[in-house]
Design a protein around this ligand. Structure first.
Ligand SMILES: Cc1ncc(COP(=O)(O)O)c(C=O)c1O
Length: 379
């Protein structure tokens, strides 16, 4: 039986061109980018090139890019780093109840350190209301952190509007764009944000690499103590091969964005249509209008996440109950709980399917067919 991977929001397959770009760096460019000799200078050139490319992809300046070990570290640095550096201006932070744990657990840590956090609610479509942000804002708010695309439902938050609201406020605006960066074209010359967190492995790049965009002038404290890498904002020898891989992934993503968007939307619609044709009872969770092409979250009434995922896995389908970081735990999804309320059946009967490079049309139809057979067998 053929395995079908439908969990691209957890991680994506590395593009073959990314691997090809990384291998020569591993083989030939082992120098430390901080070394002044020719071996170091060669590695430094790779870093500089990648930084330029990544900055260009957001229309940012290369000085505004800090390479990190991934999305989690970028979120941690944004949230904890700005909170620590700006605690003198206030100790209030606003975020949402549907953030990835990379943000949620970072603000929970800050609460333990004397910061006060407001967790904004979302509606049943998983969307934050601007009015709620406005109402939560205080004079002593120093940071607002709202993700651009939710990793469990694919819902797209009103980031531009929130940014506009904050233009004349002292609070910095951070957005986790880990699930948005591949498919949405973003431009920091017009988007009113101060910090953006990105991860390489969600865009067919390598794992363990990402970056944080930090707008020039933002006061931020480094979380690591050590060397002076990344303009003293992230100590530690840079991962040159992974940085090269990230650069290549960004280049591919930019060249293919429109094709990918069309393809993944088609897969999503085809998957839903096939389930309908097979007369499966289900509901799509999240916003119909504000949603990313690659993710669909589906509730199967009277079913249970663990049973579903086990049966899907036995039939070769890889999907997820939400954030990969909580997979395997029996906790109901915190995102769906925020949308529907604690104890709502949808918090324990919903599955996330996410589309990408590992898919083709035939597999999507096959996956929907296997899903429908499983649902009918379990009903
Ligand atoms: C929205 C979001 N933020 C942050 C992360 C963490 O990224 P990384 O796995 O690179 O640490 C993820 C990954 O699951 C994510 O989906």
């Amino acid at each position: 039986m053929k395995s079908i991977y439908m969990d691209h929001a957890a991680t994506t397959p590395v593009h073959p061109d990314v691997v090809d770009a990384m291998v020569p760096v591993y083989k030939e460019t082992f120098g430390n980018p901080s070394s002044v000799h020719q071996f170091g200078r060669k590695a430094r050139r790779y870093l500089d090139q990648a930084r330029r490319k990544v900055a260009e992809s957001l229309k940012a300046n290369e000085k505004e890019i800090v390479f990190t070990s991934g999305g989690t570290e970028a979120d941690n640095l944004a949230v904890i780093g700005t909170a620590r550096a700006n605690a003198g201006k206030g100790k209030h932070i606003i975020t949402t109840s549907i953030e990835h744990h990379a943000t949620l657990h970072a603000v929970e840590y800050l609460e333990s350190q004397g910061f006060e956090v407001t967790y904004l609610p979302v509606n049943e479509e998983g969307l934050v209301a601007i009015e709620d942000v406005k109402a939560a804002l205080r004079e002593d708010t120093i940071l607002v952190s709202i993700m651009m695309v939710n990793n469990e439902t694919g819902s797209i938050q009103p980031i531009s509007q929130v940014g506009e609201l904050l233009r004349d406020h002292q609070a910095y605006f951070h957005s986790d764009i880990v699930q948005a960066y591949g498919l949405m074209s973003l431009d920091v010359t017009t988007l009113p944000v101060d910090l953006l967190a990105v991860s390489g492995h969600k865009i067919n790049g390598p794992k363990g690499i990402g970056f944080l965009y930090i707008r020039e002038g933002v006061q931020i404290e480094s979380l690591q103590y050590g060397g002076e890498q990344e303009r003293k904002r992230r100590a530690g020898t840079e991962n040159t091969p992974a940085v090269k891989g990230l650069q290549t992934a960004v280049e591919i993503m930019e060249a293919e964005r429109m094709t990918y968007k069309e393809k993944y939307l088609h897969y999503k619609q085809l998957f839903i249509r096939t389930l309908e044709e097979k007369e499966v009872t289900f509901e799509v969770n999240g916003s119909e209008e504000f949603t990313v092409e690659s993710i669909v979250n589906i509730s199967f009434p009277d079913m249970n996440v663990e049973t579903l995922l086990t049966n899907f896995d036995l039939s070769g389908i890889a999907a997820s109950s939400g954030s990969a970081c909580t997979a395997g735990s029996i906790e109901p999804s915190h995102v769906l709980t925020a949308m529907f309320g604690p104890g709502h059946p949808k918090t324990t009967n919903s599955i996330r399917f996410s589309f990408g490079l590992a898919n083709n049309e035939e597999d999507i139809i096959e996956a929907a067919t296997r899903v429908s057979q499983i649902i009918k067998r379990l009903t």
